[in-house]
Write a protein that binds this ligand. Structure first.
Ligand code: PLP
Ligand code: COI
Length: 339
């Protein structure tokens, strides 16, 4: 490798890599996309993304395997979710083939920046779809830009696979019941900044949200989904809610729990008062991977899971998931895609 990066010391930070993909939607159709070296975007000051948040993004990773090859994890699922987010905000869909081709092109063009196997680091790929063009009323944009850029990253939460403390943000909502919580759109994250700041300033990894109707059931973490293992060791539960992101990592873990660990996967309402019924809990997502939850603080009380160390099932799920992603463990059909 010719690039000079300390792969073992990466955080989750922006890096301006040589290539990104850009395509424009105009007059009802996508124009041919291409790679560019320019990381700046110029647009009309009236662009709906700037005023009214008409935009959606995705996050997926490219992994270097032991043989030096590069692979993606379930990129078709990201394509599908971006189409669902686009529909929610009245944006044109990026066809799956175009999405996958853009991701492939960006990873291949920046291939020196895909971290070496064994460092735990990965290339984080960020597709972004935004409404642009002259506009001032609350309307869908006249034009759209689809871009895909990437950067090498390390762990999202400090230390990576280490037990992390979370706090319930019970005076904040991330998304409304019938709002945009299911879509990966910027407004959900703007709405999470205050609670995230509170969590970080008080020594927590991030905030956990409760449902916006009853303020009683766990929704998700500001940057990841939530799962927990019942004390009898039979069920892996995750919250069921119309206002959380349908996490690709979560659905992968639910499938692995059932098919490889003989656990019953259950999507259900998880009452914040019932944390005692679980022996282990975790945050899961592309950036978060699987982060063990050491404790959840709610109304001034810190509930510690087990003895506060990484639970055995959380560890096994982590090993299985990352084993598949880095090519050391056989993947279910279609889950890994070579670059
Ligand atoms: N929930 C939120 C709010 C997220 O930002 C993410 C990250 O993408 C997730 C959940 C996890 O989703 P995925 O596993 O598809 O990355
Ligand atoms: C991801 O995991 O891809 C995310 O989008 C989380 C993020 C907020 C960094």
């Amino acid at each position: 490798m010719s690039v000079n990066i300390n792969w073992n010391n990466l955080g989750f930070d922006y890096m301006n890599l040589p290539y990104r993909y850009r395509a424009t939607w105009k007059n009802g159709a996508w124009e041919a996309g291409q790679l560019t070296q320019d990381n700046q975007i110029t647009m009309s000051e009236g662009s709906p993304i700037l005023h009214y948040g008409q935009g959606a993004f995705e996050g997926l990773k490219a992994y270097r395997t032991q043989s030096g090859a590069i692979q993606l994890f379930r990129p078709d699922q990201n394509a599908k979710r971006m189409q669902q987010s686009a529909e929610k905000l009245l944006m044109p869909a990026v066809p799956t083939e175009m999405f996958l081709d853009a991701v492939q092109q960006v990873v291949a063009a920046n291939n020196e920046y895909v971290p070496p196997y064994g460092t735990g680091a990965t290339l984080y790929v960020r597709p972004l779809l935004i409404g642009i063009g002259d506009n001032i009323g609350v309307n869908p944009a006249p034009e759209y830009l689809f871009t895909v850029f990437a950067m090498p990253v390390g762990p999202y939460f400090k230390g990576g696979m280490v037990p992390t403390r979370f706090v319930v943000a019970d005076t904040f909502d991330r998304a409304a019941h019938y709002g945009t919580g299911q879509a990966k759109v910027g407004g959900n994250y703007a709405a999470s900044l205050q609670a995230g700041k509170f969590a970080h300033e008080n020594g927590f990894g991030d905030a956990i949200y409760l449902d916006p109707l009853a303020h009683r059931y766990i929704e998700e973490v500001g940057s990841a989904n939530f799962f927990a293992i019942t004390k009898d060791g039979t069920q892996l539960q995750t919250p069921k809610s119309p206002s959380i992101l349908p996490s690709i990592t979560k659905y992968s873990i639910l499938a692995l729990a059932k098919e490889r660990f003989n656990l019953t996967p259950v999507e259900t309402q998880i009452d914040i008062h019932d944390l005692d019924t679980f022996s282990e809990a975790g945050a899961c997502g592309t950036a978060a991977v699987i982060t063990p939850i050491q404790s959840i603080t709610f109304e001034g009380h810190e509930h510690v899971f087990g003895d506060g160390t990484t639970g055995p099932l959380t560890q096994r799920l982590y090993n299985e998931l990352t084993g598949i992603q880095f090519g050391d463990v056989t993947a279910p059909t279609g889950w890994v895609v070579p670059v």
